[in-house]
Design a protein around this ligand. Structure first.
Ligand SMILES: *[C@@H]1O[C@H](CO)[C@@H](O)[C@H](O)[C@H]1NC(C)=O
Length: 306
């Protein structure tokens, strides 16, 4: 969702699969505490005492140690040796999906995998007809990704909900909360980004099922290889009714150096860069070529007229 691939944490001069430092652990604990506050504000009784009862030092084993261990564990699930790569529905992606699904169940969520391979974990709370809060991020990666990209949004959400579960508050949420690990954001395999989330948003054309990866396998067949039979009809059924959704939160590693350079642990974005990727094919006579002196070109699309 928050992808700016050129700015991703995959720069060549970065050490592969970094291990957490002490400072980032502290930051992570703070971040998760904030996430819990947001989720718990959906608490049915919204009693402040309950929130004050969640002491930041009560759950370091879940909010810090386990979350950090999970990020490191996910960061090792790769299709290649030596660097992190998980493309849509690859063997490593399936292993990561299964792992994440297990964590969702451990957090007390009801889980399922949808027809695009997105992994969902949901708790209904006290009012099943209330609009749901969605929290999520992507489980696929760019090639040679950092361990936080995508994984942070999934792991932090699950750690926050796990604490509410331990506290006995999960069932008292005043609206459903659903964590979604999106199967494709980066578009590495099919050169088509956001396959996972765009299907849920209902903005993906059904023709996408026929796009092919480099080896000529269609998206539909990739799903079939993973025992997912998707038809045109069931594809449209993936769309979430906007009326059923209250909001969406995604915790994401910053895709730039600003927070680090000013020493801030956390930023809340007011907007996000939207991407449009276009492939443009030109066809025409050779005299269109830029190598020909401009006045001789039959059609002058590159230079303004002299
Ligand atoms: C449950 O949610 C629905 C839809 O938002 C709302 O109309 C209803 O009042 C809620 N029920 C309770 C008990 O809060």
């Amino acid at each position: 969702m928050a992808a700016m691939p050129s700015l991703h944490s995959s720069s060549p001069n970065q050490t592969h699969m970094p291990i957490f430092t002490y400072h980032s652990s502290i930051f992570f604990l703070c971040l998760l505490f904030h996430l819990i506050s947001i989720v718990a504000s959906a608490h049915f009784y919204s009693d402040v005492e309950d929130m004050e009862g969640i002491k930041i030092d009560l759950f370091p084993e879940v909010l810090r140690d386990e979350a950090v261990a999970r990020l490191n564990e996910l960061g090792k699930i790769s299709d290649t040796d030596g660097y992190l790569e998980r493309t849509y529905m690859s063997p490593a992606s399936i292993r990561a999906s299964n792992l994440i699904r297990g964590w969702m169940e451990e957090a007390g969520l009801r889980t399922w995998v949808d027809l695009m391979g997105n992994v969902h974990g949901r708790v209904e709370g006290m009012n099943t007809s209330a609009k749901a809060l969605l929290i999520g991020s992507h489980l696929d990666t760019v090639i040679d990704a950092g361990i936080f990209d995508g994984a942070l949004g999934i792991v932090s959400a699950l750690s926050a909900l796990k604490v509410l579960n331990i506290n006995g508050q999960l069932g008292k949420l005043r609206r459903p909360v659903e964590v979604i690990a999106f199967s494709d954001e980066e578009g590495v395999r099919f050169q088509s980004t956001f396959l996972g989330s765009a299907a849920l948003a209902g903005i993906l054309p059904v023709s996408v099922l026929q796009i092919q990866d480099k080896s000529g396998v269609t998206l539909q067949n990739v799903l079939k290889e993973n025992s997912i039979e998707i038809s045109d009809e069931s594809f449209f059924g993936l769309k979430y009714d906007p009326e059923a959704v209250w909001g969406y939160i995604e915790v994401h590693i910053e895709q730039g150096p600003v927070l680090e350079s000013v020493g801030l642990p956390l930023g809340v974005v007011k907007g996000i860069a939207g991407q449009t990727r276009l492939k443009i094919y030109f066809s025409g006579p050779a005299s269109l070529m830029l190598t020909l002196e401009a006045n001789y070109r039959m059609v002058n699309i590159f230079d303004p007229p002299l």
